[in-house]
Design a protein around this ligand. Sequence first.
Ligand code: ATP
Ligand code: MG
Length: 432
Amino acid sequence: MKIIPRDQHCISRKNISDGALKVMSRLRGDGHQAYLVGGAVRDLLLGGHPKDFDIATDATPETVHALFRNSRIIGRRFRIVHVRFGREIIEVTTFRGHHDNDAQPTTETGGNHSRQSASGLLLRDNVYGTLEEDAVRRDLTVNALYYDAGTFEVFDHVHGLSDLERRSICIIGEPRVRFTEDPVRMLRVLRFAAKLDFSIDPDTARAIPACAHLLAEIPAARLFDEFLKLFLAGNAAATFDLLLEHKLLQYLFPQTGEETKRNPAALALVRAAMVSTDQRIAQDKPVTPAFILAALLWPVVQRRAWQLQEHGEPPIPALHSAGQQAVSEAARTISIPKRFSQPMREIWEFQLRLQNRRGRKAAELVDHRRFRAAYDFLLLRELAGEDTGKLGSWWTDFQELPMERRLEQAALEKGPGGGRSRSRKRRNSSKA
Ligand code: ATP
Ligand code: MG
């Protein structure tokens, strides 16, 4: 174990939240070890501002819980304690210990604390241990540095510091074993490489193709949690590129994976959505997973809707059932909560409504609560090279007008939407 004294690293207590300092100091006062660990130490060493503070201790979850009135024990796969200070939550984990590697798969070991499936997937991991043991249980070397806020020392057991200096994302231990234990670690490797703009250690990268298929074992709900971290943390475009490069997109969105392979326009649209999300996050504008999900599945929906229209289905029902089908197929891999799938489908269905520039309906559309997202989505389609007949710039100007002017202009417009004059033929020919 390498110990780096206070004058040889740049971490200052000033940059650590009061909550985290309080938790560590009370644990130490009660005779326990307590360290800042994980992303916070990594980001502080890189000179950044951690988004949250995780603490590792030798105290059990029950002991931690007993020490803090404002705390609760959560989790099953990993039992951890959340200590709340106003809006901030400090996550306290007890050092994890070694697994008994000779244990029979799927049988409980260490007194019902750790559990592995027949394929080596870790189902539960609640064997407690020392700092050294905890360090090697973590995912990446750069995530396994510990800061002692009492002595101001940094503890490095896995060459985390030299990997930080080399700007390298390296899995701890034997990559195949660690990916087999938890395939989500492959996604984490890509996520941190994108976030930190680090390269991926060659041994770590080489193990990905061999283990990628194991992602199919991950529960849909966990994949959705990971999806949020991958695409809503400000580095979606870089993450997306790495997912393509390492062929992991198909384990999150199989249909999109296929579609982007054969259709450059689909790829352009999804990527444009990622870039635009990153820009919004950089400008502190709100973002919703519904928008990115809408882009990820749109090429799939669009293709299905066209097929249905070729079989004589009118555009609106075609789009509706294409959307329904795409959502239920995607849900087999990744769960999409209703609060996101509903707005996502509204964004799609709005794409047809936006083709309609005529009459009161068009004038009123601008005030609809989904207009903004749907209009942004239309611009994105154009940005990705889709020919919408300059619909985007029409709506750009139109929405700026006061209601009376919109009504006037919409009355003058030609094309679908003018009520009676709309012919059956024309409706059938308007593609989504
Ligand atoms: P950030 O919070 O900035 O996204 P982080 O490194 O804190 O990054 P978390 O997901 O908060 O990431 O996890 C906290 C720490 O827990 C990680 O730094 C890592 O050491 C460990 N960890 C998280 N997930 C895993 C995993 N799947 N396998 C092993 N260790 C993990
Ligand atoms: Mg964290």
